[in-house]
Design a protein around this ligand. Structure first.
Ligand SMILES: [Zn+2]
Length: 316
């Protein structure tokens, strides 16, 4: 209600080298990601919060794919970087030029690669899935915190799980972390308690000999940090994922109305039929009690105070 604010988003592509390999990918992550964007079709999603570098990663990926023989069209809101050899369309909601409105026209022109700035609604999600299933490589972003949630988000948007399974090829979740200033960082031997506090993966990396800590100098305005590095989580969708995703949930009915057979739940986890509360049995009849004076439910401490064997009738 009060106050004014200006947000300045600096999109300076000139100082930026759009090289995917320089974005801080680990070797295996890069291989998994590259394996996905080199396929001729499927959907590749980049997730992460606002300002986590999703667009930069997608642009770098496009730069990697871009060739004179590859037809690439993007729909963006806004167009952040101009890429040579790529058709870029700017979304204009006031003019009715939304993702959902532009995409059908774009798909009719049969591009090889489509970049959709963001999947925000059901229609866009459906179009993206259709495009991925009809022989296009679709790149897009979603607002989720990690890679597996992208799948759930698409299902929540109303996409059938089996369609998500067959269209999504890879999900990349991304965060940006500060990078230590190369001029002033200093080495130190870490204390064990510090490593445990930071949940250091001893089993994977062993004990580290040296770590680096920030100091601060003129080059980094005394912050100790300069630049940022991307951290990635790459989740390729494997046949096993697809199988799990296509499997109906417990109790779900198939189109024929039958309940598919699944592993039976143990008796104590089955939902109570007719839910009559502590005084009614599963069929809704009043529960018979051995002795109405005694507590009858575990919550009343029945099991601690009155072990069942005490009530067994002794042979006379
Ligand atoms: Zn410094």
């Amino acid at each position: 209600m009060r106050g004014e604010k200006i947000v300045l988003r600096v999109l300076d592509a000139s100082g930026m080298d759009l090289k995917l390999a320089k974005l801080g990918f680990g070797k295996s992550n890069y291989e998994r990601f590259a394996n996905s964007f080199n396929k001729p079709h499927g959907m590749l999603l980049v997730t992460g919060p606002t300002g986590s570098g999703k667009s930069t990663t997608l642009y770098a990926t496009l730069a990697e794919i871009s060739k004179p023989t590859v037809n690439i069209i993007t729909v963006e809101d806004p167009v952040e970087y101009r890429l040579p050899g790529v058709n870029q369309v700017q979304v204009d909601i006031k003019a009715g030029l939304t993702f959902a409105a532009v995409l059908p026209a774009i798909l009719r022109s049969d591009p090889d690669v489509v970049l959709i700035g963001e999947i925000r609604d059901r229609t866009t999600a459906q179009l993206a899935v259709e495009a991925a299933l009809t022989g296009h490589l679709v790149l897009s972003t979603l607002h989720t915190n990690d890679a597996p949630s992208a799948v759930t988000r698409l299902v929540e948007m109303g996409i059938e799980p089996f369609l998500v399974g067959s269209s999504v090829d890879c999900v990349l979740a991304q965060r940006l972390a500060r990078r230590l200033c190369d001029w002033c960082k200093t080495e130190y031997g870490p204390m064990e308690a510090e490593l445990i506090g930071a949940r250091w993966p001893y089993d994977l990396l062993g004990t580290p000999e040296t770590l680096w800590r920030p100091v601060g100098c003129r080059s980094c305005a005394n912050t100790g940090y300069r630049g940022r590095i991307a951290l990635h989580e790459v989740m390729p969708v494997s046949p096993r994922h697809r199988e799990a995703r296509d499997r109906p949930r417990f109790g779900a009915r198939d189109p024929g109305g039958r309940i598919p057979r699944g592993p039976a739940r143990p008796a104590h986890r089955r939902p109570r039929q007719g839910g009559g509360g502590p005084d009614l049995d599963p069929r809704g009849r009043p529960r018979r009690r051995v002795n109405p004076q005694l507590p009858h439910s575990p919550a009343d401490g029945a099991h601690e105070v009155f072990p069942p064997h005490r009530y067994r009738k002794e042979p006379t």
